[in-house]
Ligand binder design. Structure first.
Ligand SMILES: NC(=O)c1ccc[n+]([C@@H]2O[C@H](COP(=O)([O-])OP(=O)(O)OC[C@H]3O[C@@H](n4cnc5c(N)ncnc54)[C@H](O)[C@@H]3O)[C@@H](O)[C@H]2O)c1
Length: 239
């Protein structure tokens, strides 16, 4: 496929490498202050743009790609309060958009495990639940998009929790998420259930960014010939 990259940072570079290994062509890269490239013939020739930038620029980039008639796969986190506008653009104007707060297969499996465990733990009020996430010091948003997705899965199943809270929790109905920023950690997520007797902990620990980048390229391949809003559930369907 002809792929454009919006954001050529850590993820952009990993994705470029995997896309080339899988026989794709990178027709355009757009990083910060390269706005003019959105109207270039190279960008318009792309079948899909893979977007990994920053929370504040993602929406603008999606609009620019849609205006150029290019499908978007995005992994940028921290913009989801504007999700409805993107869903609308897909439903009403026929755009193509694939979103995942985490593109790794391992995290997808971990999410399924988290949802199943939460369903079980709803029956055991003697256990309180909290979450921890650790990422590299350059990460702009907290908690991570992945932590929010995991938290939403827990809140849906555990009736004694009604909302998540970052780093401190004053109320028993709050699900506390502790966010740590350390060195160059690619991403660790833990869900911890604790009673007076014991602790049940599940953890996903990313060894590098390869799984994330591969997932984004597979998602780009999946969008070919499709319209609408898509997620990992559509592509993998195993949850
Ligand atoms: N969904 C996932 O699986 C997943 C995985 C890793 C990272 N992320 C998220 O993806 C985003 C990027 O992560 P990263 O590790 O590559 O960060 P990074 O800082 O290494 O790279 C971001 C790049 O985007 C560029 N950029 C910033 N504003 C831009 C704009 N307006 N137009 C074009 N380019 C712009 C920056 O110059 C930089 O090169 C973050 O939001 C991060 O949380 C998601």
């Amino acid at each position: 496929m002809k792929i454009a990259l919006i954001g050529y940072g850590k993820m952009g570079h990993e994705i470029a490498q995997i896309a080339l290994e899988r026989g794709h062509e990178i027709v355009c890269t757009i990083d910060i202050n390269e706005e003019n490239k959105f109207t270039s013939p190279q960008f318009k020739s792309a079948e899909v743009a893979i977007e990994f930038t920053s929370p504040g620029s993602a929406m603008h980039n999606y609009r620019q790609a849609f205006a150029a008639g290019v499908a978007v796969v995005s992994g940028t986190t921290g913009w989801l309060e504007q999700l409805d506008e993107i869903r609308d653009a897909c439903d009403k104007r026929g755009h193509t958009f694939f979103y995942a707060s985490n593109f790794s297969l391992g995290v997808y499996i971990f999410t399924a495990l988290n949802n199943y465990l939460a369903k079980i733990m709803n029956q055991f009020p003697g256990y309180d639940v909290q979450m921890e996430e650790t990422h590299h010091i350059h990460k702009l948003d907290a908690p991570s998009g992945t932590a929010i997705t995991l938290a939403e899965g827990i809140l849906e199943k555990i009736e004694r929790k009604s909302k998540w809270a970052l780093n401190k929790s004053d109320a028993p109905d709050e699900l506390q998420i502790k966010a740590f920023r350390e060195g160059e950690v690619p991403g660790i997520h833990s869900v911890i259930y604790e009673s007076e007797a014991d602790i049940i902990r599940i953890t996903h620990d990313a060894k590098n960014r390869k799984g994330l980048a591969l997932g984004a390229v597979l998602a780009a391949e999946y969008t070919k010939g499709k319209k609408g809003f898509m997620t990992m559930q559509d592509m993998l369907g195993i949850l």
